[in-house]
Design a protein around this ligand. Structure first.
Ligand code: TMP
Length: 203
């Protein structure tokens, strides 16, 4: 590919602070900021289907494929062109969220999800995924006042599996992952994140 742009994904559970951190990191790096789902016009429509709590009949394979479709559009329309032009990309979530939520959370086979998504993203995996880890009690405190979407209404067991899934993936692939403690105040987390990106990617 020969691109010099770096693709950084922030991952973690709802309420971990990754949306704010993604915005700040993109500012600090002069990077393109995007998100999954919903980083494109098509993706916003897909996100609407996925998050609507009325869609109780949505089958888990449909859920996985809709996330993959959102991602295919995002890679083609936003991420690959930016990287090819030498611009860094910071994304609020990535393919790893599918492994965590549809794999560890819903119980779909991880190998199949990896294969389907590798095809969807045309092999364009993040150069670095950063897991922002926050204690469950603090996550709950941060999200309890929200109107909950379809995922946020899932059981505590589901969210525990997702959290453990992220931690397992990060532990199993330290060359792809960095983990930072997100329990501190937002500016402290921002500085930790900036340090990790500099150390790991040299930017
Ligand atoms: P958000 O919390 O970052 O707005 O993400 C939307 C929700 O979608 C969140 O609960 C995680 C979930 N999700 C998946 O289940 N699979 C995926 O592949 C992605 C990107 C998100």
């Amino acid at each position: 590919m020969g691109s010099s742009g770096r693709y950084i994904a922030l991952e973690g559970s709802e309420g971990c602070g990754k949306s704010t951190q993604a915005r700040w990191l993109a500012d600090d790096l002069g990077a393109v900021l995007t998100r999954e789902q919903g980083g494109t016009r098509i993706g916003s429509l897909i996100r609407g289907i996925l998050l609507d709590p009325d869609h109780t009949e949505l089958e888990r394979r449909s859920e996985a494929l809709l996330n993959a479709a959102d991602r295919a559009q995002l890679i083609a329309e936003v991420i690959s062109p930016a990287l090819d032009s030498g611009t860094h990309v910071v994304s609020d979530r990535s393919v790893y969220s599918t492994l965590a939520y549809q794999g560890y959370g819903r119980g779909l086979p991880l190998d199949e999800l990896r294969n389907i998504n590798d095809w969807a993203i045309n092999g364009c995996w993040p150069h670095l995924a950063v897991l922002i880890e926050v204690d469950p009690a603090l996550l709950e405190a941060r999200t309890s006042a929200r109107v909950k979407d379809r995922f946020e209404r899932e059981s505590n067991d589901f969210h525990d599996r997702v959290r453990r899934g992220f931690a397992d993936m990060a532990a199993a692939s330290p060359e792809q992952w960095a983990v930072i403690d997100g329990n501190a105040d937002a500016e402290t987390v921002r500085a930790r994140l900036r340090t990790v990106v500099r150390e790991r990617l040299g930017i």
